[in-house]
Design a binder for this molecule. Structure first.
Ligand SMILES: Cc1cc2nc3c(=O)[nH]c(=O)nc-3n(C[C@H](O)[C@H](O)[C@H](O)COP(=O)(O)O)c2cc1C
Length: 161
C-alpha cells in the first residue's frame, strides 16, 4: 500500500502533523504552496476572502499525479472556516485519483466548521472515496489523542490498522 500525504501549511502546524503521519505509517510527503506567497496581512484579507469563495490558488507543484498510490491523505489549515485556497488548488491539480481512497484532516485554532465537508465533496466529485476525517484544534494538537485517531484512520485505510 503506497500512501501520498498532500498538505499545505502556512505556519508549520499542518506540516508537523503530516510528518507525524509519515513517520508512523510511511508515505511520501507532498507540500503544496501558493505560487504567490501570502504575507500575514494578505493571508487574513485576500487569503480568507479566497478561502470563503472556495477559490483555487495556482500552486507549486503544478499537478499532483497520484496514480501510483493506493491512499491519499490531504491536510489543510483552516482559513475563515474553510480549506485554504492552496489546498483547493491541490485538489484541482490531482491527476489519477479516480477510484482511490482518502483520509482528510484539518488543523485549526478552534473551529473547522465547513472545511472537511467541502474538501470531501470536491474529492468525491473527482471519484475519490473518503474513509476518514479528523479535525485537530490548537488545544488538541499538543495532545496525542486526535493525532492517534488520524494515524489509526490512515492505518485502517491501508489495511494495516
Ligand atoms: C489567515 C488565517 C485564517 C484562519 N482562520 C481560522 C478559522 O477560521 N478558524 C480557526 O479555528 N482557525 C483559523 N486560523 C488558525 C489556523 O487554522 C491554525 O493555526 C492552523 O493550525 C495553522 O496551520 P498551519 O500552521 O499549517 O498553517 C486561521 C489562520 C490564518 C493564518
Amino acid at each position: 500500500m503506497k500512501t501520498c500525504i498532500i498538505y499545505h501549511s502556512y505556519s508549520g502546524v499542518t506540516r508537523g502533523i503530516a510528518e507525524k503521519i509519515s513517520a508512523a505509517c510511511g508515505g511520501d510527503l507532498v507540500e503544496v504552496a501558493p505560487k504567490d506567497n501570502y504575507s500575514t496581512l494578505s493571508a487574513y484579507s485576500l487569503g480568507c476572502l479566497r478561502a470563503r469563495k472556495e477559490a483555487c490558488d495556482p500552486i507549486s507543484p503544478d499537478s499532483i499525479d497520484v496514480s501510483s498510490y493506493d491512499l491519499i491523505v490531504i491536510g489543510t489549515p483552516v482559513w475563515a472556516w474553510k480549506a485554504t485556497p492552496a489546498i483547493n488548488g491541490a485538489i484541482a491539480a490531482l491527476i489519477g485519483c479516480e477510484g482511490k481512497t482518502a483520509v482528510i484532516f484539518a488543523t485549526c485554532g478552534s473551529s473547522a466548521k465547513d472545511t472537511l465537508p467541502i474538501i470531501k465533496s470536491k474529492l468525491e466529485q473527482k471519484g475519490v472515496r473518503i474513509t476518514g476525517e479528523v479535525v485537530l484544534s490548537k488545544s488538541e494538537i499538543s495532545k496525542n489523542e486526535k493525532i492517534n485517531d488520524l494515524i489509526t484512520a490512515v492505518r485502517t485505510a491501508t489495511g494495516s490498522g
